[in-house]
Every structure is written in structure tokens, then in C-alpha cells.
Design a protein around this ligand. Structure first.
Ligand SMILES: [Zn+2]
Length: 316
């Protein structure tokens, strides 16, 4: 049976898996993404070490390709991560070092593009050719398949929806340096700051609420804290602006939600958001990922199989 190597390079962790042609992970290894060193080459060297370890343990198998899902921004033509916000190297070459070492085709896409491929091929997006995959976790990102084609953009960074402008009242600066962006309000990293600003703006005091983290705020709302509940409604209004923009930009039939913030707080995120959503176009169906955080890794295995980045449909 043919195997491929699927790789998920995140800002925090890197995972490498041996995957069958049917999408079964037969072995995998993961560890922190190496960021301490003089050169970005340590990241490719770490991947090569992990792949060799998997191949030695697997015994007598051959691999037909390698697919990489990488935290962006990426340049899929250069095969590298470019100016990553959380990795201290300006350029991280990945494709060429692996191609030179293993002599098989190597392809890469950004992690959300890999995620939508994973859902389309193995997850809950297999019944539509028009879907968006949206993660709300530390940041907010998306991948889109429209009319059966992966939407890539110039360098492979299309659908950076976390940087849609959703507000001009709170004057929040996003991690990218600009103001009013969705990710600067509704990501796990920025929800606590938004909560403090919301309380200040409305002269509210969150009595009896340990609201220092996003999850503490959701828990307080779940327990009926009135300030946390009113904030969750405001968060829903901000999220509705983001999702409304997504719907008019992409016209999707299905939106698949992934990421810890949304998966752990499904009703508190989706309920208020849907109350404020625009209904100019048909409202898509919202679903939750059931791939247990493996959508990008499985998408990387699809890329490795060659249903990848070029023009045309990649569905087998
Ligand atoms: Zn931004």
C-alpha cells in the first residue's frame, strides 16, 4: 500500500505522520517547533529527523510524496514560510530541503488551506463543493474550496479572514499591526482584552467573575454572570460581522468550524452570532469539525497525494 508523509508545522508544535492512501495515520510523532538556533534550517532538519525515524520504524515501505501544512504566511512557489509572526526567522525553507533529501514530490499549503482539504476529503465537508473551514483558536483563519477548487491566491495566503475589519469603536490593534481586525477581538488571545475594553466602554464591573482568560469568560457566561453574558452578546455581534463578510465574499454552502475557542463554546459562540448575522445571501449550514484537530494534517496528506495546488479539481 502506498504511504505518504504528512507534516503540520505550527508556531508551537510540529507533527509528522505516516499516512496511508486512505487517510489512516499509521504512525506519527510530534514535538515543539524548534525556534532556538542560528538558522531557519533547524526546522527542516527537525522534519528530516522525524521522517527518517518514522521510516525506520515502519520497515519495508515506500513513500510516494510529502505534504506540508504550515502556519502562514507562506510562499507556496518558494516552498517556504515567510515572515512568520511566531517563529524568529524571516524565511523558513521547507519544500526544497525535503525534496533534496527524500527524492519524492513535496508540496505545501498554509494550515487553513490544508484544513479545508482535510474536511473536504475525510471530514464533514465531503458532501459539498462550496465550503469554508474556519478556525477560531489563538488566531482566526480560513480555507475555502469553491466549485470544487482550493482557493489559493497569489502566494497561497487567500482567505486571511482574521484580518477582516469588523469594528471601529474599540480602537483595537491586531497582532498584524492594523486596527479593527476580527482576530483582534474574537481570537482566544484577544477575547480577554476585548472583554476589559467592553467593560470599560460600558462602565460595567464583572463582579464575581475571574475573567482573565477567554475560557474563564465563557465559563462565567455559562454560569449566568450577567456581565459575561452581555459581553458574549457583544462578541456575537462582532463575530456576526466577520461571518457576514465571509458569506458575501465566498457564498459558501457549508461553513465548518474548528479550533478550541469555538469547539469548547459552541452554543455561546454560534447562538449570539446567528442572532446578529446579515441575511443578504443564503445562510450557509454551520458544522463543527469532527476530525479532532487533525484536519490540517489530513489535508497535508491529500496535498502529498498530488491532489494539490494547481489549476483544476483535485478530488480523486
Ligand atoms: Zn490583523
Amino acid at each position: 500500500m502506498d504511504h505518504v508523509i504528512a507534516i503540520d508545522v505550527g508556531a508551537t508544535n510540529t507533527r509528522v505522520a505516516l499516512v496511508t492512501g486512505e487517510g489512516t495515520l499509521s504512525a506519527s510523532v510530534s514535538s515543539s517547533t524548534p525556534v532556538h538556533g542560528n538558522s531557519a534550517d533547524i526546522i527542516a532538519a527537525d522534519l528530516i529527523r522525524k521522517i527518517n525515524g518514522l521510516l525506520v520504524n515502519a520497515g519495508d515501505i515506500t513513500i510516494s510524496g510529502i505534504g506540508i501544512s504550515a502556519a502562514g504566511p507562506v510562499d507556496i512557489h518558494a516552498g517556504a514560510i515567510i515572515n512568520p509572526p511566531n517563529i524568529p526567522f524571516p524565511v523558513v525553507p521547507l519544500v526544497h530541503p525535503l525534496q533534496d533529501t527524500f527524492g519524492v514530490p513535496v508540496h505545501m499549503v498554509n494550515d487553513c488551506h490544508a484544513g479545508v482539504l482535510g474536511e473536504y476529503t475525510y471530514g464533514c465537508g465531503s458532501d459539498t463543493d462550496n465550503l469554508l473551514y474556519i478556525t477560531i483558536s489563538t488566531g482566526i483563519g480560513a480555507g475555502a474550496i469553491l466549485n470544487g477548487r482550493l482557493v489559493l491566491g497569489r502566494d497561497g495566503n487567500a482567505c486571511e479572514i482574521g484580518h477582516f475589519i469588523v469594528d471601529d469603536r474599540y480602537n483595537h490593534r491586531c497582532g498584524c499591526g492594523h486596527y479593527g481586525h476580527w482576530e483582534g477581538f474574537s481570537s482566544g488571545r484577544h477575547i480577554p482584552r476585548f472583554f476589559r475594553a467592553y467593560c470599560g466602554y460600558n462602565s460595567l464591573s464583572p463582579a464575581g467573575c475571574a475573567c482573565d482568560t477567554a475560557q474563564e469568560i465563557f465559563s462565567a457566561a455559562g454560569n449566568g454572570n450577567p456581565v459575561a453574558l452581555s459581553f458574549i452578546e457583544e462578541l456575537g455581534m462582532i463575530n456576526a460581522r466577520g461571518f457576514s463578510d465571509v458569506i458575501v465574499a465566498y457564498d459558501p454552502e457549508v461553513i465548518i468550524l474548528d479550533g478550541s475557542v469555538v469547539l469548547q463554546n459552541r452554543d455561546l459562540i454560534l447562538g449570539p452570532m446567528q442572532r446578529h448575522l446579515d441575511h443578504y445571501l443564503k445562510t450557509p449550514e454551520f458544522r463543527f469539525s469532527a476530525l479532532d484537530g487533525r484536519a490540517p494534517l489530513l489535508g497535508a496528506s491529500v496535498i502529498a497525494l498530488g491532489y494539490e495546488t494547481g489549476i483544476g479539481s483535485f478530488r480523486p
